[in-house]
Design a protein around this ligand. Structure first.
Ligand code: PEP
Ligand code: MG
Length: 750
């Protein structure tokens, strides 16, 4: 390329943009572009390879190689130098291509006469779309200036590919994000749904990658960066000095926002003809490539910060906010990398399903999805880059499978499955008024878990005997500041009104762990699940717990009241909490409030330690509820949020069932009622096993009551207990198989 690189580069980009504007077919555009690049770079060869499918690259256009190789030459990712660029996402710049490790000669291309090779990835925000290659006979490495010019060109090609500029019938260039894609993830919550994609963080679309007026673009960039700096400064001003973590992140943001290097690189990109947003995205893509290769976790975090900051800058420049104004489509299915329970609650119950790239079965977002009875698939890798807002999507929570933009045949089969499930629901509806009475004559009380006012109508429709667990923290998670006592009191009163005299077990705030309140200072804890959470916070910061207890007493206004303290690990904590409640009752009485007609106070057994508490604890508590989600994670020492370890330990593990049996025996000794309110209570097989271990009250998501009741009514629990013990006697660690076989013999499909 001649000396005046910048203006030459701008000229080339201008020509590329003109090809984009021309009314020609995709292939013609590609052909023209390879010609323009070769001409401008003064190389004999320029080729564009794009992905045919996710593993195969195809030569889609070339200037200089044999034309008959176009759409014939293909290579797998990692194969040859082109495949290496695609796999490593790093450029290859060599004067002697045949001497490069991994070089593979493609005879149909006639490339043997070219010595030098320069290939670089065509990529957009972490998604690799293809490879751009220039070659020449002369054995020379390409200069830094040429490398840079081609990087800018590759960036524009990526944007053009994203915009569908190369789509056409000839040669089979398919548009991006239009084909059916199947994702195999994991079950987060059973159920099936059909709907449309609603992205939690929509992709930013850049329609103008090339710009004519570098000065105007630089000005736009500088103005946007100024806005960004101001917003980072004001965020910093709001952070408390003691909040070291958040400060550190924002300081890093500020450092990047003020970084001359970052700014200079973007201005240089603009000088070469990119628009301001394309320049931001180019640097962001480069940072993402670096991210993949950086081993140092601290540096990786910093690059993540840069990524976040670039996103903010892009939103400022394009006006596409996080809230893009994109309407929620009909039957929305939320697609996200990950999501916290608070953010999920913000979306409300209209969602028909959730698909996450990360996530975990034990997380509270999963708990919310379960409460809403909407299917959840986790670990659907790559879905946020593939899915577009509004795409048709089928989610099968039973199999952990997601069909994006499905073929009609798949959609039809899927609809049959939905219809079958609806049929089953109708059958369960017929059981609503009937008791969960087993064949051996035992009554199992089935209650429901709730956390929102919107859950309460399910009390009548599901046939639940009461609310066995009301998670009060959900109300705190959906607000930006601590709710007022009066608001809470009226909410709790409405819950009790809606329950129409049925018992509601109000669990006091269980915050901490993954339930981080937006307005709460995140604690610097290496292990939040085992950290300062639930009753530990309640006792140490008595103000909030006292306020909540007052709200509950005022809401009851003379009606019976049931309160449960979460995460009690030792008797003393329960005693202290009860003492706090006694003080509050006394002062409420003095203030003239009507006290509850009766008061039950219970504890959640979520750590093994409580099962071994002194006898007095069992005498003094009115009831115990086993919080199986937490209990299981501490019993097996397996983080409920870490899928890798969580799924190793089956709930139907004999060790765990024996422990449940011991807890029941201990409670029976003191006539202390015991229930199980973890998520497993809503899984029919698990529910049956708990009942066989002696648990007489189960609390679960409302949608599970039908299936659990249907199964219990057709079983003899003594037989089930015998099956479990025999399986264990034969050495089985998990009794799942034995129990499934037993149920299959009785006509159940498990
Ligand atoms: C549990 O741990 O089982 C429980 C019901 O509480 P949470 O899931 O809210 O921690
Ligand atoms: Mg818990």
């Amino acid at each position: 390329m001649p000396n005046n690189m910048e203006s030459e580069s701008r000229k080339l980009l201008g020509r590329l943009r003109d090809t984009l504007a021309e009314d020609s077919a995709g292939q013609a555009r590609l052909d023209r572009i390879t010609h323009l690049i070769a001409d401008s770079m003064q190389t004999e060869v320029c080729s564009i390879y794009l992905f045919r499918d996710k593993d195969t690259l195809e030569l889609c256009a070339t200037e200089g190689l044999k034309p008959e190789a176009v759409h014939k030459t293909r290579m797998r990712i990692g194969e040859g130098l082109v495949g290496r660029v695609a796999r490593t996402r790093c450029m290859v710049n060599t004067a002697d291509a045949p001497a490069e490790p991994g070089f593979r000669y493609m005879p149909e291309t006639g490339e043997e006469i070219y010595s030098s090779f320069f290939g670089l990835p065509i990529q957009r925000l972490g998604e690799i779309l293809g490879v751009l290659v220039v070659q020449s006979k002369e054995a020379r490495a390409f200069t830094d200036d040429e490398v840079y010019a081609l990087e800018v060109v590759a960036m524009v090609l990526a944007e053009m590919t994203e915009l569908g500029a190369f789509v056409g019938d000839e040669g089979g260039m398919g548009a991006l994000h239009t084909h059916p894609v199947l994702f195999r993830g994991l079950t987060g919550q059973e159920g099936v749904a059909e709907g449309h994609v609603y992205l939690h963080e929509p992709r930013v679309v850049i329609t103008n990658p090339v710009a004519d007026d570098p000065e105007a673009e630089s000005l736009r960039l500088r103005e946007a960066v100024d806005k960004l700096r101001i917003s980072v400064d004001s965020m910093l001003a709001r952070v408390e000095p003691s909040d070291k973590d958040q400060r550190e992140v924002l300081e890093a943001y500020r450092m990047f926002a003020n970084s001359r290097g970052w700014m200079r690189r973007m201005e240089e990109d603009i000088g070469r003809g990119l628009s301001a947003e394309a320049a931001v995205e180019k640097e962001q893509s480069a940072a993402r490539s670096r991210l993949a290769t950086v081993p140092d976790p601290y540096m990786r975090e910093r690059l993540h910060d840069l990524d976040d900051l670039s996103n903010r800058l892009l939103r400022i420049l394009t006006g596409q906010g996080k809230e893009t104004g994109a309407e929620m489509p009909e039957n929305p299915i939320l697609v996200a990398r990950n999501i916290g329970p608070g953010e999920l609650l913000d979306y409300g119950k209209d969602l028909k399903g959730i698909v996450l790239e990360q996530g975990s079965v034990g997380s509270h977002a999963a708990v919310v999805a379960r409460a809403w009875a909407i299917p959840l698939v986790i670990h659907a890798e790559g879905i946020t880059t593939e899915a577009l807002n509004g795409n048709t999507i089928l989610i099968d929570g039973d199999q952990g499978v997601v069909h994006l933009r499905p073929e009609e045949t798949v959609a039809t089969a899927f609809r049959d499955k939905i219809a079958m499930q609806a049929e089953a629901q109708k059958r369960y509806a017929g059981l609503v008024g009937l008791p969960a009475q087993t064949l051996c004559g035992k009554h199992i009380a089935l209650h429901m878990n709730a956390g929102l006012m919107a859950d309460l109508p399910s009390l009548a429709t599901s046939g639940a005997e009461g609310v066995g667990l009301f998670r009060t923290e959900l109300q705190f998670l959906i607000r930006n500041k601590v709710p007022k006592r009066g608001d809470l009191a009226s909410l709790y009163a409405r819950v009790m009104d809606a329950a129409k005299g049925k018992r509601v077990v109000f669990r006091t705030l269980d915050i901490g762990s993954d339930k981080v309140l937006p307005y709460m200072k995140p604690q610097d804890e290496p292990n939040p699940a085992m950290g300062w959470r639930a009753i530990r916070v309640g006792l140490d910061r008595g103000g909030v717990m006292r306020m909540q207890l007052q709200a509950l007493i005022r809401a009851a206004a003379g009606r019976p009241l049931t309160i449960m303290f979460p995460f009690v690990a030792q008797f003393d904590e329960f005693r202290e909490a009860k003492a706090m409640l006694a003080t509050v009752l006394e002062s409420e009485g003095k203030l003239g409030h009507v006290l509850p007609a009766s008061l039950e106070v219970g504890a959640m057994l979520e750590t093994p330690s409580l099962a071994f508490a002194p006898d007095r604890f069992f005498e003094e508590t009115d009831f115990i509820s086993i919080g199986g989600n937490d209990l299981k994670q501490f019993f097996f020492a397996a983080d409920r949020e870490n899928e890798r370890v969580r799924k190793r330990y089956d709930t139907l593990n004999y060790s765990f069932l024996s422990f449940i049996r011991q807890i029941v025996a201990r409670c029976d000794q003191f006539d202390t009622p015991v229930s199980f309110c973890g998520e497993d209570a809503g899984r029919p097989l698990e529910a049956v096993a708990f009942a066989a271990m002696g648990v007489r009250t189960l609390s679960m998501r409302p949608a599970s009551i039908g299936p659990v009741k249907a199964m219990l009514r057709r079983l003899d629990l003594d037989e089930v207990a015998a099956v479990i013990d025999q399986a264990a006697a034969s050495g089985a660690q998990s009794v799942r198989k034995a129990l499934s076989d037993h149920l299959a013999e009785r006509g159940f499909v498990t």
